[in-house]
Design a protein around this ligand. Structure first.
Ligand code: AMP
Length: 198
């Protein structure tokens, strides 16, 4: 087993995961691994993977587990992830949870905590609509936003209970100023016994 902190950030689209992920990763001195960012970079660069997943992302569907799992497994085997990581947007399905556990077990590692970033639906929809205006993300249209939220409710929200049963869940209210939410997460983690290094 190697040292370092292994964290997941889970929550509905629009809860502020991306923003908090980079702040937490720097507080813990670990890389952020965001499957959404990896897919978007591949789409932008028109790689083979990008061409394969573009329509899926545009429609707000989940990329198939075999593709997503292979990408994360490769990324976790890169040297910088051996001292910990913060996963943002993965796992999103039970199959992805199983694969993550399997990859970590290979290195005799496990997760330290799963941070649930809570936000109500009205708030996340209005954040996503605002982001659409600011960033022009193809998957931030009204219809696709609604679909992404319902996929989250059906497929990903049930994982929260799974992690709670494993005694890994740290639940944090995602509403409020960005700094305030970061502090809230860091103190909830510290209380849980997972302290930031910097
Ligand atoms: P995100 O930035 O996390 O909201 O992800 C953007 C999009 O990338 C999602 O709507 C999915 O199409 C795809 N995606 C990201 N992570 C995953 C995942 N773990 N499983 C399946 N699809 C994913």
């Amino acid at each position: 087993m190697t040292s370092g902190t292994r964290l997941l950030l889970i929550g509905p689209p629009g809860a502020g995961k991306g923003t908090q992920a980079s702040r937490l990763a720097s507080a813990f001195g670990v890389p952020t691994i965001s499957t959404g960012d990896i897919f978007r970079a591949n789409v932008a660069n028109e790689t083979q993977l990008g061409l394969k997943v573009k329509a899926i992302l545009d429609a707000g569907e989940y990329v198939p587990d075999d593709i997503t799992n292979a990408i994360v497994a490769d990324r976790l085997r890169e040297p910088d992830a051996s001292a910990g990581f913060l996963l943002d947007g993965y796992p999103r399905t039970p199959e992805q949870v199983a694969e993550l556990d399997r990859v970590l077990a290979e290195e005799h590692n496990g997760l330290d905590a799963v941070v649930q970033l809570d936000a109500n639906t009205d708030e996340v929809v209005s954040r996503l609509v605002k982001r659409a205006e600011e960033q022009g993300r193809a998957d931030d249209t009204d219809e696709v936003i609604r679909h992404r939220l319902s996929l989250y409710e059906q497929q990903t929200a049930p994982l929260i209970e799974h992690f709670a049963q494993r005694g890994l869940l740290v639940r944090v209210d995602g509403l409020g100023a960005v700094d305030e939410v970061t502090e809230r997460i860091l103190s909830a983690l510290a209380e849980f016994g997972v302290a930031a290094s910097r």
